[in-house]
Design a protein around this ligand. Structure first.
Ligand SMILES: Nc1ncnc2c1ncn2[C@@H]1O[C@H](COP(=O)(O)OP(=O)(O)OP(=O)(O)O)[C@@H](O)[C@H]1O
Ligand SMILES: [Zn+2]
Length: 686
């Protein structure tokens, strides 16, 4: 790919969907990588705008609102506010964070639709869509559920199977059912406007598979290739939906229809830029229309088709807009071996992390970058989080900076000593130092943030090794000047580390600058071995990272296990009703209130307790399989309920003369049934 010089940068990060809070998958997928990239660009002094916003339309939001019994507006207001605040606290440095309910967005997205409509770009088609007769509504996308025709997953959505990732059309689903009423939908005719993607195949193939074959990531090219080279070609996609939540379709005869959420969402990047520019009083257009602008979209892999195929086709047809120079999509992050899921509450939530790990934004930023799913799906585990904090951030980065600062205070009262009479070793280390920033920059520019971060850590290792090799704590005993030289070099390595670490660990970099009394350092200074000159005063060492103990991560794992258990419970079905019986059948059961007189474990049995009960008609012996649930002493003296006319059954040589009645919970736990007041033994139950 041509190494073109760009005048300015427009960087976008996927619009998070406003139906739930942010989780670590979102962060690792696109928000951290984009933030690293823009922080690096700004540090180089580039003209960059970094935009995103909440995606507030679509079926998943109306479904959520319906489930909670609130309006869709309440749902999006709640999550928009929450996401915006979490991003800010986490240091995701958007220049502007908007929302797709903003008037400017409605206007912009409508404008795009009208423009394409005017050009005759849409295929107007009347097709049969599923309609829920009970709810009186067409069932767009996720309003319909059924069995995936590709993998057999039973809860696939009308537009996509979450299990195998196939994109589907509702009519492909086997056994479709409505999410609104659970009923089987009928097919009914409705008119929609389709983007005929096949028309763009040649242009897309040329642009992506030829022009960008060397600079786009393999996972992105691979997905594009599978779309573009599919046997039946690119299918026309409907850009409208039968719904009342969203941007009304701005053409006659489209009442009751809105724009498809994936038509309007990417246009949200443009609307967000417009809002930003208006606030600053500058022109937004160069950021989207000038060939000298580099446009980069950061997303997760499920958004590739919309950013590489659909949105470029829309921009191209509209005309006058630039296309993305790159779409460095990440694969997916999993959590402790399972797919992250908002609906199953299987996630580490950003707002909870921020509350539970105050001041530790950089630890999560570090772990999610070091383990980013850049080329394949990856797994987040709390164990790995702990060990990367303790053995990398604390032991390597924190330890190095701390030693340089503490020793400078100990031997030189916090005044940067002079570097003089450099040895060959010193020069070698300085040369290595000078080479680091470019190496890190080259990785960042190729969107290899993991690799870039590993070089930052190598840089810290260089500092640690330099101190270990030169041993200033020993040299001080005979040569103060030499000790000064060593510390000067170490401090300058640390200052450089702060510059190159800033895009990744902005909170830590700020602490180091503060310790060093440095302001406005940026990448153009990186590689300079004299940032901290002789006589400069530094502040006392501040804590950069602290050890994370076992109990802290164990508590997090426990929290996840509880979420899993709760899910399992929710998924367990209540036993279905048995066949209808007659009153006579019921009348045959003789159930009574009885008192437990005596209870003891049965020898050689884990499950059985031997109970003696007073039935009002005399004593009976019952063997009950409840030893794992109750201790004998919990039962003695209690009134319980019993079926007394069950045919006796011999177990382990003893006749059991009835059955104690129990309620069995979904998780298999047992509860005794007691009368709500003391009752005479032998009282009948009917
Ligand atoms: N587990 C994940 N790993 C990597 N990227 C992810 C993950 N989950 C979501 N993303 C990305 O985050 C961005 C915003 O996601 P979006 O709000 O659309 O969430 P989503 O896919 O609906 O997630 P969820 O269903 O978990 O709420 C998208 O680009 C998406 O690809
Ligand atoms: Zn499937």
């Amino acid at each position: 790919m041509k190494n073109k010089e760009f005048k300015r940068y427009t960087v976008t990060s996927a619009l998070p969907y406003a139906n739930g809070p942010l989780h670590i998958g979102h962060l690792a997928g696109c928000y951290i990588p984009s933030d690293i990239y823009v922080r690096y660009l700004r540090s180089l002094g580039k003209d960059v705008v970094y935009v995103s916003g909440s995606d507030e339309h679509g079926v998943a939001i109306t479904i959520k609102a319906r489930k909670e019994g609130v309006t869709p507006q309440e749902v999006v207001d709640r999550y928009h506010t929450m996401m915006k605040e979490s991003f800010q606290e986490f240091g995701i440095s958007f220049d502007h964070y908007s929302r797709t309910s903003a008037p400017i967005h409605h206007e912009t997205a409508s404008g795009f639709f009208k423009d394409l409509y005017g050009k005759g770009e849409f295929l107007e088609q009347t097709t049969e869509q599923y309609f829920d007769e009970e709810a009186g509504q067409f069932l767009a996308d996720r309003y319909i559920e059924g069995t995936c025709p590709k993998c057999g997953y039973e809860s696939a959505y009308g537009d996509q199977c979450e299990k195998c990732g196939s994109s589907l059309s509702p009519t492909e689903l086997i056994n479709p059912r409505s999410k609104l009423s659970g009923s089987v939908p009928i097919l009914k005719e409705t008119k929609h406007w389709f983007l005929d993607l096949a028309r763009y195949t040649d242009f897309l193939k040329q642009w992506i598979l030829e022009e960008h074959q060397h600079d786009w990531k393999n996972n992105v090219l691979g997905q594009c290739r599978s779309w573009l080279e599919a046997g039946d070609g690119l299918q026309a996609r409907s850009m409208t939906r039968d719904m009342d939540w969203g941007i009304p379709v701005p053409v006659e005869g489209a009442e009751g229809k809105v724009l498809y959420v994936w038509f309007d969402a990417p246009i949200g990047y443009i609307s967000s830029t417009k809002e930003w520019a208006a606030e600053k009083g500058i022109d937004w257009e160069p950021y989207w229309k000038d060939e000298d602008t580099k446009l980069v979209h950061f997303i997760g892999k499920d958004n590739i088709v919309f950013h590489c195929i659909v949105f470029p086709a829309i921009l191209k047809t509209h005309g006058g807009y630039i296309l993305p120079d790159n779409v460095p999509a990440n694969e997916f992050l999993n959590l402790e071996g399972d797919k992250i899921s908002t609906s199953r509450n299987w996630a580490v939530w950003l707002h909870e992390y921020l509350a539970e790990f105050p001041g530790k934004q950089d630890v999560l930023r570090y772990v999610l970058t070091a383990n980013a799913p850049e080329t394949k799906d990856n797994d987040f585990t709390w164990k790995d989080f702990q060990s990367r904090n303790n053995s990398e951030l604390v032991a390597i980065l924190g330890n190095f900076v701390n030693r340089a600062v503490v020793l400078t205070h100990k031997y030189f009262e916090g005044i940067v000593p002079e570097a003089e009479n450099l040895t060959a070793h010193d020069r070698e280390v300085m040369e290595t130092l000078q080479g680091f920033p470019d190496k890190i920059a080259a990785s960042i520019e190729r969107y290899r943030f993991r690799e870039a971060l590993s070089f930052v850590m190598d840089f810290c290792r260089l500092g640690n090794k330099y101190l270990a090799d030169t041993e200033p704590w020993k040299v001080i005993k005979e040569d103060k000047a030499r000790t000064g030289t060593i510390l000067n070099i170490a401090l300058n390595i640390a200052a450089n580390v702060a510059i190159v670490a800033e895009p990744f660990l902005p909170f830590t970099a700020a602490k180091i600058y503060e310790m060093f009394n440095l302001k406005d350092l940026n990448w153009t200074k990186a590689g300079d071995t004299g940032i901290l000159g002789y006589g400069h005063i530094i502040n006392p060492a501040a804590l950069l990272f602290e050890k994370i103990e076992d109990d802290v991560v164990e508590a997090q794992v426990q929290k996840l296990l509880e979420a899993k258990k709760k899910n399992e419970l929710e998924n367990v079905q209540v036993a279905p009703m048995k066949d209808i019986i007659s009153f006579d059948d019921f009348g045959k059961l003789d159930m009574r209130v009885v008192t437990v007189l005596h209870a003891e474990p049965m020898p050689k049995s884990k499950k059985l307790l031997k109970l003696t009960v007073e039935t009002g008609l005399g004593k009976k012996t019952v063997l009950s399989g409840i030893a794992e649930h109750f201790k004998p002493e919990d039962l003695i003296g209690k009134q319980v309920t019993m079926l007394i006319n069950l045919a006796p059954r011999k177990m382990m040589g003893i006749d059991s003369e009835g059955m104690i009645l129990m309620a069995e919970d979904k998780d298999g736990s047992l509860r005794l049934l007691h009368p709500n007041q003391a009752t005479g033994n032998g009282s009948t139950i009917s």
